[in-house]
Design a protein around this ligand. Structure first.
Ligand SMILES: [Zn+2]
Length: 105
């Protein structure tokens, strides 16, 4: 397993938003680490919008983003304050390029 995730949380006082910048690989497994971070970001300032920025990830699984959306449904049912910036197109893991991932979804 070489998928690693790194996260930088920045509370921008001027813009009044909390930005969670994610780098590395976002997989079904690694995205669970983001749940606690999202919840904590909400508690930091319940009125501040939270942006989960996945645009600089090296690798982002669509299924992982779907799981994150479900978590946000739970934290912020109307998606008023928590939003995801997802990469377009979704980057595939460089480690898996050329190798058969054995998954067709
Ligand atoms: Zn990866």
């Amino acid at each position: 397993m070489g998928h690693t995730l790194s996260v930088i949380v920045r509370a921008d006082v001027d813009q009044n938003e909390i930005r969670i910048a994610v780098e590395g690989c976002v997989t079904d497994q690694s995205q669970t680490a983001l749940h606690a971070i999202l919840r904590r970001a909400r508690q930091l300032d319940p009125r501040a919008p939270v942006v989960l920025d996945l645009q600089n990830t090296r690798h982002c699984d669509e299924s992982a983003v779907a799981l994150l959306r479900m978590t946000i449904d739970d934290i912020d049912p109307f998606h008023r304050q928590v939003r995801i910036l997802s990469p377009d197109p979704m980057p595939a893991c460089p480690m898996l390029v050329g190798a058969d991932a054995g998954e067709a979804s």
